[in-house]
Design a protein around this ligand. Structure first.
Ligand code: 6CS
Length: 375
C-alpha cells in the first residue's frame, strides 16, 4: 500500500503550479527588490526610539527563499531574520520568508537567486556541487568535527570558507554571507547500517553533488539524485533504499515512517548557507548592508540553538512514535573507525583529483579544523 505523505502531496502541487512562475522569472528579474521605490522613507518609531535611524532606510521588500517548510530550521531562520531586519529598519524593509516548493525545487531556487529573481536564499551546497565544485567539501565524511559546537565554530570563523570559498560562489552570483550547521547527519534505511559492508547493493538518495557518488561508491552503494520532495515516495516504493539528513528533518519529513532504522553515524553535518544574489548585495547602500551583515552575524548563535532544540525534539518524537517503530542504532568508536578507514581516501581523492577545486581551500580548512579541535 502506498502511504501518501500529506506534506509531500501539498508540496508537489505547489511545485507544479509554480513552475510556470519560475519560467517567467528566468533571467529577467535582476531589478526585482532593488527597484527605486521613490522617495519613500520610513518614519516609524522603533523600540529604541529609532525614528531617526528608521528614516535612514528607504522602503524596500525582499524575498528570502528556503528549502524547508514552516516550523523547520531554514524557514524559521528566514522568519527570524525578517523580524530582525524589520525591527532594525523601523519597518522600512520587509523580508518575505518562503517555504520549499513556493518557487520550485532546491535547484530551481538556487537558479532563481543567481538570476536575481529573489534577493536571499538559504541554500545547501549539495545542490550546486556541479557548478561550484569546491562546495562539495561539505559532503566529505569524517572531515569536520562531530561535536556540533566545534562545527559551528569552524563554519563561523573559517577564512577558507568565509573568504576563499565565498569568492568561488561569487563567480556564480551567489554570495554566501554565512555557513551554519543544521545538525549531524544520520542515515536511515531498512537494513540497519552498522558497517561499510551494509551499504553493499543499496541505492542511496543524494543531492546534486558528483562527489557524493564517489563517497557512497567507496561503501559499495549506488546513488540517485532527488529533490527531498520526491524522497518519501521513493523510500516508500523502495526505488531508493537509504538517505541522510539531520534527525529533525528525518522526523519532520516523516522519512522514519517508511524506513525501519536510523543510524547515528556522525559522518558529517548538514551545512546550510545564508546567501544573497551577488549584484544585489554589492549594490546595497552601506547602511543597509551593515544591517544585513549584523543580522547574519547575530543569527549564528540563534540558529545553533534552534537546530539543537529541533534535533533533540525530533529524536524524542521518532522514539515516541509507536505506530512507526524505528530502531535507533548509535555507532560506537570501533564502528566509526571502520567507516573512517573507507571514507578517508576520498578526502585525498577530492583534494587531488576533483576537477575545478582549489586544493589550497582544502588545506587551509583542514588546518583550521585541526586548530579548533586542538590537534
Ligand atoms: O535532504 C534535503 O535535500 C533537505 N534537507 C534538509 C535538512 N534541508 C533542506 C534540504 O533540501
Amino acid at each position: 500500500m502506498i502511504i501518501l505523505n500529506k506534506k509531500f502531496f501539498l508540496m508537489m502541487i505547489s511545485i507544479l503550479t509554480l513552475s510556470f512562475l519560475l519560467a517567467a522569472c528566468g533571467g529577467g528579474d535582476e531589478e526585482e527588490g532593488t527597484e527605486d521605490t521613490g522617495d519613500d522613507t520610513a518614519t516609524e518609531e522603533t523600540d529604541e526610539g529609532g525614528e531617526e535611524a528608521a528614516g535612514d532606510f528607504e522602503e524596500d521588500s525582499w524575498q528570502f527563499v528556503t528549502e524547508e517548510l514552516q516550523g523547520e530550521v531554514q524557514y524559521e531562520y528566514a522568519a527570524e531574520f525578517a523580524n530582525r531586519i524589520s525591527e532594525k529598519t523601523g519597518g522600512a524593509i520587509t523580508v518575505e520568508p518562503l517555504e520549499y516548493g513556493a518557487l520550485g525545487s532546491e535547484v530551481d531556487q538556487a537558479q532563481l537567486l543567481q538570476q536575481g529573481g529573489v534577493e536571499l536564499a538559504v541554500m545547501s551546497p549539495g545542490f550546486t556541487g556541479g557548478q561550484v565544485p569546491d562546495g562539495q567539501i561539505f559532503s566529505l565524511h569524517y572531515f569536520f568535527p562531530s561535536d556540533q559546537e566545534q562545527v559551528q565554530e569552524v563554519l563561523t570563523n573559517s577564512e577558507a570558507l568565509n573568504q576563499d570559498l565565498r569568492a568561488k560562489y561569487e563567480e556564480h552570483s551567489i554570495s554566501p554571507l554565512s555557513f551554519w550547521t543544521e545538525g549531524a547527519m544520520a542515515w536511515s534505511s531498512n537494513v540497519g547500517i552498522e558497517s561499510p559492508s551494509d551499504w553493499e547493493g543499496l541505492n542511496m538518495r543524494v543531492q546534486e553533488s558528483p562527489l557524493m557518488r564517489e563517497t557512497y561508491d567507496a561503501y559499495g552503494a549506488t546513488v540517485q539524485s532527488l529533490s527531498w520532495g520526491e524522497l518519501y515516495q521513493a523510500l516508500d516504493r523502495e526505488t531508493v533504499d537509504a538517505q541522510e539528513n539531520p534527525i529533525f528533518f528525518i522526523e519532520s519529513a516523516s522519512f522514519h515512517e517508511v524506513q525501519d532504522t536510523v543510524t547515528i553515524s556522525n559522518h558529517n553535518n548538514y551545512v546550510a548557507m545564508t546567501t544573497a544574489n551577488t549584484d544585489w548585495y554589492n549594490g546595497l547602500d552601506d547602511n543597509v548592508k551593515a544591517v544585513v551583515d549584523e543580522t547574519v552575524e547575530e543569527m549564528q548563535d540563534w540558529v545553533f540553538d534552534e537546530q539543537k532544540a529541533q534535533n533533540e525534539a525530533g529524536l524524542e518524537a521518532i522514539e515516541a512514535d509507536s505506530e512507526n517503530e524505528t530502531k535507533i542504532i548509535e555507532l560506537d568508536e570501533d564502528q566509526i573507525a571502520e567507516f573512517r578507514e573507507v571514507a578517508e581516501p576520498v578526502h585525498q581523492y577530492y583534494r587531488d583529483e576533483v576537477e575545478g577545486i582549489d586544493p589550497a581551500i582544502f588545506d587551509k580548512l583542514q588546518e583550521e579544523i585541526a586548530e579548533i579541535m586542538g590537534e
